[in-house]
Design a protein around this ligand. Sequence first.
Ligand code: ADP
Ligand code: ASP
Ligand code: MG
Length: 426
Amino acid sequence: MALIVHKYGGTSMGSVERIQNVARRVAKWHRAGHQMVVVPSAMAGETNRLIDLAKAIQAEPDRRELDMLASTGEQASVALLAMALKSQGVDAISFTGWQVPIVTDDAYTKARIESIDDRRIRENLEQGRVVIITGFQGINREGHITTLGRGGSDTSAVAVAAAIHADECLIYTDVDGVYTTDPRIVSEARRLDRITFEEMLEMASLGSKVLQTRSVEFAGKYKVKTRVLSSLTSPDIPLDEEMKSGTLITFEEEMDGTNMEQAVISGIAFQRDEAKITLTKVPDVPGIASRILGPVAAANIDVDMIVQNQAVNGTTDFSFTVNQNDFKRTMKVLETEVVPGLGGGEVNGDPLIAKVSIVGLGMKSHAGIAARMFECLAKEGINIRMISTSEIKTSVVIEDKYLELAVRALHAAFGLEGEAVEEKVV
Ligand code: ADP
Ligand code: ASP
Ligand code: MG
């Protein structure tokens, strides 16, 4: 008997029939003798619908109220799934984040989980129930509902798995694993049987939304055995077959000899939801970066890439990227709090950019990989506007309209195509 956490995304929970299929799959695991905790997302489209409603009433919705609203999608899902399990003869109970409780910090719309009380979960598991917990939400110390950012149910699931010391966390989604790149963009993308935690962390944080970045951080920090697999296969497939399917997140130290031969680049990630901001003609004096980015950080805005140009005639240009959702707020902070005190400088914003990244542990030991990337993009006539590198990734910012071309060209240039995977369900 093992303690297992399942997570089901929006598409997997997208209709009554799909919820019944999820229940059938969970029931199969439960009947095999496993203790089951299930973390579902809201039904497909529901979170978007709620956010659109909020925006129709308030252009920049109040963040506390937005979380109050957006969290309801998952509340509906857990109750429906509990009913579906009961109708299939399996005892189940649903809980919202505050009932567990899953305690978070105060950052509405992107809260971080601080602690999870496992008492109620354990009590109900011991009574033989399937425990169903809302993804995406928690409660802060003042008792207000918070949400964990888009795609946050992944993080809820892995965090719950860590808190209850689950044997495995299975993330069921609408693709049958992690691919070399998004299979919706590149049909030749190949499913990976395994990916290291380090690479998955980079892929996720660089835009592969198959897993939310923080879920991968939790998996790494607490060594949660995590697998990404399809919820769209028959719910009745044999358990041992299902347990081996999809993509397992591994740790570098667990790699065996066969993996030493793996490709230099494991995958290509991309992101459309960033915006670039440039301050031109800024006085080139010590402390300028902190005077620009300090107020941005104080407004709880995450900055991604940063480039400061060589000074000419005592002034310099300073560019950085932020999430598109934070674009307007960042521009406002710069215009009202930063530029007036700088003694010069103009702010220019460009939301039509995209970031493409190549990721691979092999980059640690192979020189010239970034150069190959730049050469490939040059051949396609794609201009690179910013570059950033780390040990296992190289990212470039390009014009948004070239994104798909860049991803396809790089996928081919690094030989990532594979034979079509039979179970591919996209
Ligand atoms: P869920 O609702 O189950 O959480 P998401 O839509 O959040 O599902 O994530 C799954 C999607 O992630 C896939 O449908 C796919 O289009 C996208 N995706 C992006 N990059 C990758 C990748 N490298 N491998 C697999 N899927 C990816
Ligand atoms: N329902 C939330 C969203 O759409 C959380 C999730 O699906 O993981 O972002
Ligand atoms: Mg998701």
